[in-house]
Design a protein around this ligand. Structure first.
Ligand code: ADP
Length: 424
């Protein structure tokens, strides 16, 4: 039946009966008033019943109630049933999600307001030593490592940090915090002890091999020099001796570059105020570095900015850039070295050449170790493929970035940009 038809039928039947009875007994108005009052009281009773039914959790569908009120009860009942089903489904999804995060080898901790722990996975108990009882406590009261507390409080989570594990200080944890939702944060802790061990082994191996190669190389070089001094340049061995000399030099550069990289990876940063204009003057006038191409270098010092950093590292990085610019451009082409301040107050060193240029696709790979661009040249250009890797490491230790602009056949410009905070 239509939602309102039962109500209408009820109302008009009562009204009609009241009219007839009222007409016969001569109290038409009073009876009409009584009918309206009765209907009004019924509505109040039904509203009260609905309120009580809702307050008790809306149990049952109240099928006995007829008319529009019956429909209202029915809609509430349906809504509740739907909500119950949704809750069931959500519960299942949540359970599956929890099972999958529990299967993760990394610790996952959900943090709410003020960094309070809201949920932890199984790995968090092992990796971070968290317990169920820690739920509700602030994470900085549980993990009290000063580096972590400082990192957590800064609110800048672009970088990860490594700390000693609160469970076992011989283990190293890499911590990542991901903010999400409103004020929520997800903390992920990965045990990287094994990765670090392998990394240390690799570094030790390269360092040991490089050191061990040094002595035989020096001996070889010495004998070669003696042999070349004795050679008149016309003998059958002259060419072989020259080739041996070139290869020994190449190996020497390789060992030096590898040792430099190891030093950059393993030694602590030292910071002093480095007079960059003075350093550039010194480098651009150095005959050894420029290989007698002094006249090819145009040095322009547009500012006197000094940088907080390590002088020997900066010298090595700038030398690599200048040597590359000279090496990869024609013998008579100029190289511009410019030191200036740019608009946002950053200090910028540009080394620009008009040489062979670099294909755009190769630029992102230039700083990889041993990466050399495959170019057909008339003459062989010697190199180790480690120069720009050294530049990358040095710049990382100085919070600086490298930007490379290049056009094939036209030249390249390597820009080293130091943030304003590094000026001293
Ligand atoms: P390499 O010892 O081979 O010069 P680098 O790491 O210094 O090693 O450079 C990697 C490669 O990048 C080089 O082999 C060269 O192909 C390319 N490259 C570096 N600088 C320049 C430059 N100024 N112009 C053109 N190519 C360059």
């Amino acid at each position: 039946m239509n939602r309102w038809s039962w109500e209408k039928k009820q109302f008009f039947t009562l009204l009609f009966a009241a009219l007839i009875v009222g007409f016969f007994i001569g109290h038409l108005l009073e009876l009409f008033f009584l009918v309206v009052l009765g209907l009004w009281i019924r509505q109040i009773i039904l509203i009260d019943r609905l309120e009580r039914w809702l307050a008790q959790g809306a149990i049952g569908d109240n099928k006995k109630i007829k008319g529009i009120w019956g429909n209202i009860y029915y809609h509430f009942y349906k809504l509740k049933k739907k909500q119950k089903n949704n809750k069931k489904k959500l519960g299942k999804v949540l359970m599956r999600y929890r099972k999958s995060t529990d299967a993760l080898p990394d610790a996952a901790v959900v943090l709410g307001d003020y960094g309070r722990v809201e949920w932890i996975n199984i790995a968090a108990r092992k990796v971070l030593h968290l317990k169920k009882a820690d739920i509700g406590s602030r994470i900085t009261n549980i993990i009290r490592v000063p580096e972590f507390v400082q990192y957590f409080n800064t609110g800048d989570y672009h970088q990860k940090i490594c700390i000693a594990s609160p469970a076992d200080e011989n283990n190293i944890l890499e911590i990542t915090i991901v903010p999400y939702g409103s004020g929520m944060r997800l903390l992920i802790a990965q045990d990287i002890t094994q990765i670090r061990r392998v990394e240390t082994m690799r570094k030790d191996f390269v360092a040991n091999v490089s050191h061990e190669l040094r002595t035989p190389l020096t001996v070889l070089k010495g004998y070669l020099e003696t042999l070349r001094d004795m050679d008149d340049g016309e003998s059958v061995y002259s060419r072989s001796l020259e080739q041996m000399d070139v290869q020994t030099q190449h190996m020497e550069h390789l060992v030096d570059d590898l040792l430099m990289l190891i030093r950059l990876e393993t030694t602590k940063k030292i910071t002093e105020c480095v007079n960059v204009p003075e350093l550039l003057n010194e480098l651009c006038c150095n005959v050894e570095i420029t290989e007698n191409s002094l006249q090819r270098i145009n040095l322009r010092l547009a500012c006197e900015a000094k940088i907080l950093g390590e002088k020997s590292e900066l010298r090595s990085a700038v030398t690599n850039l200048i040597v590359n610019a000279l090496k990869y451009s024609p013998d008579d082409a100029k190289v511009n070295v410019v030191w200036r301040l740019n608009d946002p107050g950053e200090a910028c060193l540009s080394v620009e050449d008009s040489g062979e240029g670099i294909p755009a696709a190769e630029i992102p790979r230039l700083t990889e170790r041993f990466y050399r661009v495959d170019v057909q040249r008339d003459h062989k250009v010697n190199g180790t493929g480690l120069g720009l890797a050294i530049v990358k490491h040095v710049l990382a230790r100085h919070d600086a970035r490298l930007e490379v602009e290049s056009q094939l056949g036209r030249g390249s410009c390597f820009n080293v940009i130091f943030s304003g905070e590094r000026l001293c």
